[in-house]
Design a protein around this ligand. Structure first.
Ligand SMILES: [Zn+2]
Length: 506
């Protein structure tokens, strides 16, 4: 359902006309057409909005029990104003907006592109705090656009990466603006709701229950997760007493349990590589849906249920995908990309640890995998652009930035770097990266700078051709490796030889 704007302009005009000429100047300025704004992301020009920094979201969702009815929702945003504003743009592209309040007063609003444009009665000044409350619906109906709500056999889950959180709730939908989240989810008896973060209360009323969850660390909108379903929540303990909970369709618990029991060991393995797990909880959400991908939603990674109930999949493969999403909690979640062109920092690292785990625990050679990636690399660069300057997505297919050039191509950059600076320096760099930028955002140039600092020499001349070159540089230590001729490589080659048929991304 398209955004349905309610125009309050008529009532406003009548009210302001009584207040004299000074106000009329503002009214003229404010009556310029509302326009969608962005923060200038090269790949998603209209994503995010200038002029404010969201500190927290409070997202209250009420589910009827049917995926065919929109959820009733109230999104409350606390933000710090970073530039003088006479309007506030939020990203929001699906659902009906019923009302908007700014600091407790009703405000006029309209839709423009994928933005909800709010006209302020009183301008906001740089440095002020503001609270914006939007009463709206959140519509899980299929709408010919990827992302947002995922309809499962028994309820709903979310898959908002890269630019689809604003199909679910109004927000500043860019990973450079991380914020704290509170989720309050009301669902009828028989359903269980779980969201990212730690539980913060359960209120049972006649026929329905409200579950509250809070993040203890800032989170990007794309990483929000809310699960509503006929689920069982399985609890266990990870390293250092870390509380773990998995959300599983109740009838699939027995088959899934042997896989889920592997998570504590995987976290310990990742902690040996990258240092302490960065959040207050972790777990897997097994969605009864054919998504074609897994997604590292913060503290509660999303997987297709079938991955854990299909006996045909090899164990090393299932486990390495579990480790891929786990590794993202450090690389991509705790440290978020500054722009979407930095996506290789997420996917390259997650693929790296996925491959390293497959080698250490499954006997699958990392070097052989990297050699195969090297052979394909020029083709990936031709099709999708270099790892750190990916091609924009095709219209209507925005997950098109999730290409092999940032997955195995990104891991190949890390392999080249490790060959160049040595294992000890590389491992120090990895730990220092997630320590220094914990709970923050970081860019490719931050990574090059830190790598140079740790190696004790400027690595710009080495890394830039790897990150930005149209062809693949020679591999240090492997001068005999050759990239296949470009035209010999199909543009839509699978991500890796091990990649699951049908899965488009992780
Ligand atoms: Zn991934």
């Amino acid at each position: 359902m398209p955004l349905t704007p309610h125009h309050h302009a008529t009532r406003r005009r009548a009210a302001t006309a009584l207040l004299g000429s000074a106000v009329c100047v503002c009214l003229l300025a404010a009556s310029a057409p509302a326009a969608p704004l962005g923060i200038g992301d090269r790949l998603f020009p209209h994503l995010g909005n200038p002029g404010y920094d969201v500190l927290s979201y409070d997202l209250a969702l009420s589910y009827s029990g049917s995926n065919d009815q929109p959820l009733q929702a109230v999104t409350t945003i606390d933000a710090r104003v970073t530039a003088d504003l006479d309007r506030v743009n939020l990203d929001f592209a699906r659902g009906t907006v019923r009302s908007v309040d700014v600091d407790g007063r009703p405000a006029a609003f309209t839709g423009a592109g994928e933005d909800l444009v709010i006209t302020l009665e009183d301008d906001l000044d740089e440095g002020e705090s503001t609270r914006i409350t939007v009463r709206h619906t959140s519509d899980p109906a299929p709408a010919g656009r990827e992302g947002g709500w995922v309809r499962t056999a028994d309820g709903l889950a979310m898959a908002n990466q890269a630019d689809a959180a604003h199909l679910v709730f109004p927000c500043n939908d860019h990973p450079s603006d991380k914020a704290m989240f509170t989720f309050r989810i009301t669902a009828p008896d028989g359903h269980t709701a779980v969201a990212g973060g730690l539980p913060a209360g359960v209120d049972r009323a006649r026929g329905a229950t409200t579950w509250t969850y809070r993040t203890l660390h800032p989170m990007a909108t794309e990483l929000a997760q809310v699960s509503i379903g006929r689920s069982t929540v399985l609890h266990r303990t990870g390293p250092h007493g870390l509380p773990l909970r998995d959300v599983v369709p109740t009838r699939h618990v027995a088959k899934a349990e042997p896989w889920l029991a592997k998570t504590p060991g995987q976290i310990s393995w990742m902690e040996e590589k990258a240092g302490r797990y960065p959040f207050a909880t972790y777990g897997l959400l097994l969605a009864d849906a054919s998504t074609g991908f897994a997604l590292e939603t913060q503290t509660l990674s999303l997987f297709e249920r079938e991955m854990f109930t299909d006996p045909a999949l090899p164990a090393w493969y299932v486990e390495s995908i579990m480790v891929h999403e786990l590794a993202h909690q450090w690389f991509g979640n705790s440290v978020s990309p500054r722009t979407w062109s930095d996506l290789w920092l997420n996917e390259g690292h997650a693929t790296w640890y996925e491959a390293l785990y497959a080698q250490e625990k499954g006997g699958r050679s990392l070097e052989a995998r990297m050699k195969a990636a090297y052979e394909a690399s020029d083709g990936w660069r031709a099709a999708g652009g270099p790892p750190a300057a990916p091609r924009p997505p095709e219209p209507g297919r925005k997950t098109g930035i999730f290409r092999p050039n940032v997955y195995a191509g990104g891991a190949l950059v890390l392999y080249a770097l490790r060959e160049e600076i040595g294992r000890t320096a590389f491992e120090r760099l990895e730990r220092e990266w997630v320590t220094r930028h914990r709970d923050g955002t970081a860019s490719t140039s931050d990574f090059v700078r830190l790598a140079s600092g740790i190696a004790g020499r400027d690595l710009t001349g080495f890394l830039h051709p790897w990150l930005y070159g149209t062809t693949t540089p020679p591999m240090p230590g492997h001068p005999e490796w050759r990239a296949a001729a470009r035209d010999a490589t199909p543009a839509r080659r699978p991500v890796t030889p091990a990649h699951r048929p049908g899965a488009s991304r992780e």
